[in-house]
Design a protein around this ligand. Structure first.
Ligand SMILES: Nc1ncnc2c1ncn2[C@@H]1O[C@H](COP(=O)(O)OP(=O)(O)O)[C@@H](O)[C@H]1O
Ligand SMILES: [Mg+2]
Length: 238
C-alpha cells in the first residue's frame, strides 16, 4: 500500500522557485532516502509534506487523502511526524518532561518507557535539562519525542548533521532498531553511507529536481551520481 504519494510538486519561497516537479512515493514499512547536497531541496521537500511551505502545483496524497493546503497540525494529526534538522526540543525541560509532553499531545501514544528501551542513552539522562545534552543526545531526544506519538510516517531531516562520527555510529544503531518497527520513514541526508545503511530505496535531489530514483544498490553502483550530486567517491560507499 502507498503511504505517501508526491506527484509533481513545485514549491516556492516568495518568488524563489525551489522545487521543480518533484515526485516521490513511499510504500508501507519502507525506509526511503532523500539524498542531496546542501541546498538541494531536502528540507523544502519535508516542509512541503508537513504543510509548512505548501507546494503551489502538484499533489501530495497521504493514505489516499489529498493533504495539500491542510495546516501542519492537521497533517501531524493524521500520523506524519517531522524531526526537523534543528531538532526542536524544549531546552529548559528535562529529557523526561520533553518525552512526556509529546506523549500527552498524541491521541494514541506509545508508552514512554518504550522510548528508554529504544534509546538507553536517554534513560540515564531522564532528569537532565535538554539544553545540557550533546548534539547526538538531543537528536535522540527529538526522535524519541516523535516516536512516542506513534507516527505512521516519520520524516527525519538530516539527523546526522553536525554530529561527530562516533555519535553518528550510535545513532545509526538506534535508528536501525526504530526502522525495524512498524513505521514508514523518509530520511533526508547528505551523509550517504549513513543513509545507505538504513534505507532500501533512494531519490537523489539536486537544485530542486529529482535526478535519480532507484534501489540503494543501484545508487551505490552509479559512480557518476555519487561524484556529481553526492560528493562521495565510489570507494567511500563500497
Ligand atoms: N526560507 C527560505 N527563503 C528563501 N529561500 C530558501 C529558504 N529556505 C531555503 N531556501 C533555498 O531553497 C533551496 C533549497 O534549500 P533546502 O530545502 O533547505 O535544501 P537542503 O535541505 O537540501 O539543504 C536553497 O537554494 C536555499 O537557499
Ligand atoms: Mg536541509
Amino acid at each position: 500500500m502507498t503511504v505517501l504519494d508526491i506527484d509533481g510538486i513545485d514549491t516556492y519561497y516568495g518568488n524563489s522557485h525551489v522545487l521543480h516537479d518533484v515526485s516521490l512515493t513511499l510504500a508501507e514499512g519502507e525506509v526511503v532516502a532523500l539524498l542531496g547536497r546542501n541546498g538541494a531541496g531536502k528540507t523544502t521537500t519535508m516542509r512541503s509534506i508537513m504543510g509548512v511551505t505548501p507546494p503551489r502545483r502538484g499533489e501530495i496524497t497521504y493514505r489516499g487523502e489529498d493533504i495539500v493546503g491542510k495546516a501542519p497540525n492537521e497533517i501531524n494529526e493524521r500520523g506524519i511526524n517531522l524531526v526537523p534538522e534543528d531538532r526542536r526540543v524544549f531546552p529548559t525541560l528535562t529529557v523526561h518532561e520533553n518525552i512526556v509532553l509529546a506523549h500527552k499531545l498524541a491521541a494514541d501514544p506509545r508508552p514512554v518507557e518504550e522510548m528508554y528501551e529504544l534509546f538507553p542513552v536517554l534513560d540515564g539522562l531522564r532528569r537532565s535539562n535538554a539544553q545540557n545534552l550533546s548534539g547526538g543526545e538531543q537528536q535522540m531526544l527529538a526522535v524519541a519525542r516523535a516516536l512516542v506519538q506513534r507516527p505512521s510516517l516519520l520524516l527525519l531531516d538530516e539527523p546526522t548533521e553536525g554530529l561527530a562520527p562516533v555519535i553518528v555510529d550510535d545513532l545509526r544503531t538506534m535508528l536501525q532498531d526504530v526502522v525495524e518497527q512498524d513505521v514508514t520513514v523518509l530520511l533526508s541526508e547528505q551523509n550517504v553511507t549513513f543513509a545507505f545503511d538504513l534505507a532500501t530505496r533512494g531519490y537523489v535531489i539536486d537544485t530542486g529536481s529529482i535526478v535519480f530514483e532507484g534501489s540503494i544498490e543501484e545508487i551505490r553502483e552509479r559512480e557518476d551520481l555519487l561524484e556529481q550530486y553526492l560528493a562521495v567517491s565510489p570507494e567511500e560507499v563500497a
